[in-house]
Design a protein around this ligand. Sequence first.
Ligand code: BGC
Length: 343
Amino acid sequence: MRKRRFLRFTKTGVVLTLCAALLLSGCAGKPVAEEKKSVRIGVSLYRGDDTFINNIRGELEERAKAYEQKSGIKVMLDIQDAKGSQNTQNNQVERFISLGCDVLCINPVDRMDASVMIDRAMTAGVPVVFFNRQPVEEDMNRWDQLYYVGVDAKESAVLQGNIVVSQYREDPASIDFNGDGKVSYVLLEGESSHQDSLIRTEWSIQTLKDGGVPIEKITGGIANWERSQASALMEQWLETYPGEIEPVVSNNDDMALGAIDALERAGGQRINLIGIDATTPGQEAVQAGKMLGTVSSDKGRYAQAILDLSAAKALNQPIQTDIPLENGKYYWSAQEIVKKVKQ
Ligand code: BGC
C-alpha cells in the first residue's frame, strides 16, 4: 500500500516537473522566443527621385548602419521606389509582408488612400511607420500600431515667413527692389493634395502680413514640388511680369531651385528666393547666395525617429522616451532657419 502511494507520489512529481519544464520553455513545447538578432524593414518611397525623400533615404541608410554597429542587431532595409503609383506601392506592401518584414515604413503615394495598405498590415499584424505624406486621421486611428513621422507644416511656414520679415526689417530695400512700398511676390506651390502645400502657403503669407511686410501677390502656381515644373512657370512669369517680381516664396527648395534655373536662363536677374527643406542642393544655393534662406527639418533626427520606432516595433520593445509621440503616434521633427553663414 505504502509502496503504491509512494509510486503515485513519484509519478505526480515527475508529471509536475515535466509541466514546469514545459511552462518554462514557453508552454506546449514551444521554445522560449529567442532574442532577435536581425530585423527586416520594408521601406516604400512615393518617388525615389524626389530630392527631399532621397535625402531622408540616405540618412536612414546611415542610421541603420550605425544602429547595427551599436546594437549588434542586423538591420535589413529593403527600400523600394513606388514611382508615383499607388498600385505599385500596394504590391510592394504585399511583397514585404510575404517576405516576413517585421515592420513597414511607408511614404504613401496617395496619402488619402492608405486604407488598402493599412488593411494588409493589420491582417498580417505588421506595424507601420508612415512618413512625410500624412494619412488622414480616420485612417491613422484605425489601429494602435500605426505611426507617423513628419514636420509640422505650419511651423515650417512661419519660419520661412520670418526669413523675409527679418530681412525686410533690417533692410527694406533689399526686398522691395523698386522701392514702391510694396513687396510683390510670386508663389510656387507643391502638390495640391499634400498636407504641406496648403498649410505652408497659408502660413508663410500670413507670417509676412503679421510681420508688417507690405506684400502684394503677383501670381502663383502649382509646380508639384518639382524643379522642372517650377522652372517652366517662372520662365512664363518673368516674361509676363518683367522686372516686377521681388521675392519668390516656394513651398520647397526644389521648386526654388527651378525658379533660379529660369532666372539664370533669363540673364541672372537678382531676386530673393525662399525655400523649405534644406536639401543638399538647397543648402548649397543658400551658401552660394542664390537663395535668401530655407528651413531645415533636421533630417538626421527625422530618419533616426523612423528607424528607432521601427526597431522598437520589430523587436517588440517599448518606444524610447526620447521619441516624444503626440497622441501616441505622431513624431514631429524639429526645424530651424538656414541662412548664409557670414564670413
Ligand atoms: C517636401 C518636398 C517633397 C514632398 C514629398 C514635402 O514635405 O517639402 O520637398 O517633395 O514633401 O512628399
